[in-house]
Ligand binder design. Structure first.
Ligand SMILES: [Zn+2]
Ligand SMILES: [Zn+2]
Length: 256
């Protein structure tokens, strides 16, 4: 069995096909999916979605790419996170790829999320792109190891993976690991200890091979597991089982 540790089922292109996606998840033995928040205006829709489905869970947070959106105070995040179906804070982090001027507001927003995670005792879902050193520095400065979390859609080096694991973080691999040209990430996957590994789709984006370029959804997460297994000389079920176990340990509010 498999779980998808990061998806955006509330985005319109997925939400409009929800019944079919839930059926395909069942057929592919994908038992749970974590629907990750990107901003607060869309929060009511996201929490409504996971309230209506036993197998769907949520995080709360504001993505670093959302520039013109209300910035949450830690207290507000902590309050929203008391909902029984909210199991993590995020996605949060830094993205200097989209916003090349590395704005200070991104780092402030990230720090507020880490404080909210520590106050609520929930793990963090961290997005980092072209900003690994600042991301690690801020995690360290704000004491993020107390709650831990996951570096989602990981595309950094093995050295960054090791530094993140030293800070009590898991590493989540997406469909990118199935892409032919991702040789550095193949190396990370081969070296990753199984007890720190999560898998995700980040759907609707990043559909794994052989669906690359199509709309992704959580039912395809098994293809991520299969490629990691191949790189490690294991069976897909081994990766499925380990990553599922890690998922329930990290997001401990989730009921099996
Ligand atoms: Zn992300
Ligand atoms: Zn995401």
């Amino acid at each position: 069995m498999y779980v998808d540790s990061h998806c955006h089922l509330d985005f319109p292109e997925l939400r409009q096909n929800l019944p079919e996606i839930l059926e395909r998840m069942q057929a592919n033995r994908v038992t749970h999916a974590l629907c990750v928040s990107v901003n607060l205006p869309d929060w009511p829709g996201l929490i409504g979605l996971v309230e209506s489905q036993e197998r769907l869970w949520a995080s709360v947070g504001v993505h670093p790419d959302y520039e013109d959106t209300p910035d949450p105070e830690p207290e507000e995040l902590v309050r929203l996170a008391t909902h029984p179906k909210v199991v993590a804070i995020g996605e949060t982090g830094l993205d200097y790829y989209r916003l090349t001027d590395a704005p200070e507001w991104q780092r402030q927003r990230f720090r507020r999320h880490i404080r909210a995670a520590r106050d609520s005792g929930l793990p963090l879902i961290v997005h980092t792109r072209a900003s690994a050193q600042d991301t690690l520095d801020i995690l360290r400065e704000e004491g993020a190891h107390e709650v831990g979390g996951v570096m989602h859609c990981f595309t950094e080096s093995w050295e960054v993976a090791q530094a993140a694991m030293d800070l009590n973080f898991h590493i989540s691999l997406s469909g990118i690991v199935t892409f032919k040209n991702a040789s550095a990430l193949h190396d990370v996957a081969a070296r990753m200890p199984l007890d720190r590994l999560l898998i995700e789709t980040d759907s609707p984006y990043l559909a794994p091979v052989p669906y690359r370029g199509k709309t992704n959804d959580p039912s395809l997460v098994m293809h991520v597991a299969a490629r990691i297994a191949q790189l490690k000389g294991l069976e897909p079920e081994d990766v499925g089982q380990a990553s599922t176990e890690n998922f329930f340990n990290l997001f401990s509010k989730i009921r099996r």
